[in-house]
Design a protein around this ligand. Structure first.
Ligand SMILES: [Fe+2]
Length: 331
């Protein structure tokens, strides 16, 4: 694997451009505008060139990393300002006994380990990664390669959303808000992107034959669901209100499938600060035992990317998990 300094995007992106052209030409009709898809389905389908093979390989590296001693893997982490896993970088474990807040809120117990990659962790955690050894290095190099691909695709998707909404002042310089320096110019360590790649491993919980991930809003602005190794993702609305704001239905969810070659792209909690017409997507997982892909202690693996804006407060657990409903302006 190459180091961040020697990485050349054309090495990675050359063959993928060919794959993307084939994908584009194979479409019979132009895709529906993203906002229209959001209104109809709560997510949009956008091109994705992360293959299942690549994602599976990365999740294998994550499992190997998770098997390291606690003191080594826990060191590869930059904790979030508010102490919550969702705002951290590097390795995070969340499980009921470590995270009593969720249980106190009446949430279903979840046990998961995940790794949040953004290039600066390779600079800020250099010594911790070295101490954790070759398994940490392999995972991080693999996630770096995926991150470069996802960044390119995310940039293209934002450009498309900006162009589709060129008449709307809310979308002026929209892409620049997330990519102020454009996309990576090869020097990944200096790059401070707002894109975070999460590779996640849900663990079995004793006595449960259904894996349920609590329904929630993602804390950032935009989410790309890139890959998962089992069905069960459900998306929808936390509640449907009539024109007077009265709740007429709650938890209107549908199970969704992600066709090969696509990512599911949806607005998250803070996106309404940009466009107050857009409601965040409420989502979670309900996966029955017959649907599970059990590997060791893991019954679901997922790859997802989050885009955030600068200068916004990190939403509280109450806001992301819907104890406090979001207001139209995203506060
Ligand atoms: Fe989520």
């Amino acid at each position: 694997m190459s180091s961040p300094e020697s990485l050349r995007r054309e090495d990675i992106l050359g063959p993928l451009e060919v794959a993307l052209r084939v994908h584009r030409h194979s479409r019979e009709r132009p895709p529906k505008p993203i906002k229209e898809q959001w209104r109809e389905n709560r997510f949009a389908e956008v091109p994705n060139v992360i293959t299942s093979e690549r994602a599976e390989k990365a999740s294998e590296f994550l499992r190997e990393f998770c098997a390291l001693p606690d003191e080594l893997k826990n060191g590869v982490c930059i904790p979030g300002a508010n102490g919550r896993g969702a705002a951290s970088y590097g390795y995070v474990e969340r499980r009921p006994d470590l995270d009593p807040t969720e249980i106190a809120l009446g949430k279903i117990p979840e046990h998961k380990e995940y790794f949040h990659y953004a290039p600066f962790i390779e600079r800020d955690l250099r010594e911790e990664i070295r101490l954790a050894g070759p398994k940490a290095k392999t995972l991080i190099e693999n996630m770096r390669d995926l991150w470069v691909i996802v960044e390119q695709r995310a940039h293209e998707t934002l450009k498309r959303l900006e162009e589709e909404n060129a008449h709307n002042p809310a979308y002026r310089d929209f892409t620049l808000r997330f990519f102020p320096d454009g996309i990576t110019g090869g020097d990944l360590e200096k790059h401070q992107p707002k894109l975070k790649l999460r590779l996640m491993s849900y663990k079995k919980i004793e006595g449960k034959n259904v894996l349920s991930a609590n329904n929630h809003y993602d804390a950032g602005a935009l989410t790309f669901a890139l890959w998962e190794n089992a069905p069960g993702l459900q998306v929808g609305a936390k509640q449907i209100t009539d024109q007077e704001g009265r709740v007429i239905c709650s938890e209107n969810m549908q199970e969704v499938e992600r066709p090969d070659g696509t990512a599911l792209f949806w607005p998250s909690l803070t996106f309404s600060k940009i466009d107050s017409e857009v409601e965040p997507t409420w989502h979670g997982v309900k996966q029955h035992s017959r649907q599970q892909t059990v590997i060791g202690e893991e019954n679901r693996a997922v790859l997802v990317a989050f885009l955030n804006m600068d200068n916004h407060a990190i939403p509280s657990l109450n806001q992301t998990h819907g104890v406090t409903a979001p207001k139209p302006n995203g506060q």
